[in-house]
Design a protein around this ligand. Sequence first.
Ligand code: NAD
Length: 185
Amino acid sequence: MRVLFTGGSGKAGKWAIRHLMDQGHHVVNVDQTPSDLDCSELLIDLCDAGQVIGAMSQFVEFGELDAGTGVPTYDAVVHFAAIPRVMIGTDGECFRQNTLTTYNVIEAATKLGIPKVIFASSETTYAICFADGDLKPDFVPIDETHPTVPHDSYAMSKVCNEVTARSFQVRTGADIYGLRINNVI
Ligand SMILES: NC(=O)c1ccc[n+]([C@@H]2O[C@H](COP(=O)([O-])OP(=O)(O)OC[C@H]3O[C@@H](n4cnc5c(N)ncnc54)[C@H](O)[C@@H]3O)[C@@H](O)[C@H]2O)c1
C-alpha cells in the first residue's frame, strides 16, 4: 500500500513507519521536522489546510516524475502528528493544533477519496492521566464502553478528534479508525 504518514519524525511514528516499510508498504512521512528515516518526506505545517491537501495530491519523488504516469494516489493515511501532551506549550495551543491538524487531515483525505484513515487518539480520553488529582476510573479493566470525560486540553482535543472522525465517516463512508494509544516508552 502507498501510505501517507503524519508525525513520522516523532517518538512513536518513526517506529510505526519502520514497521510499515518492513512489511513492504511505500511510506511518505509528512511532518514539520525532518527525520532520519529512509523514506520520502514533506515538511509542512498540518495546521494549514492548503498545505495538507497539497501534500496529499502532489509528486514527492523524482522517480514519480520519471514514470510519467501522473501523481500516484494514496491507499491510506496514518495521522500521528500532534502536540503529544499538556505542559509543552499552553493548554489552548495544544487543543487548537491537535483539533485543527486532525480536521485538516481527515477532510483532505476524504475529499481526495483516500479510502482509509487511521489516527492516534489516546488513553487520556478516559481522564486518567493529566487530571488534577488522583482520579479513579469508573471500572477496570477499562474498555471502549468507559465514558470519555477529559479534564485537560490534550484529552479534550483527542475526544473532539474522535467526534470529527465519526462525523466524516458517517458523511463520506470512509473507513476511519482511532487508536486510543497507551504510554509510548
Ligand atoms: N507518546 C505517548 O505516550 C502517546 C500516548 C498516547 C497517544 N499518543 C499520540 O500518538 C501520536 C504520536 O505521539 P509521539 O509521542 O510520537 O509524539 P511526538 O511529539 O514525538 O511526535 C509528533 C510529531 O508530530 C509533528 N507535528 C506536530 N505538530 C505538527 C504540525 N502542526 N505539522 C506537522 N507536524 C507536526 C512533530 O514535529 C513530531 O515529529 C500523537 O498523536 C500523540 O498524541 C502518544
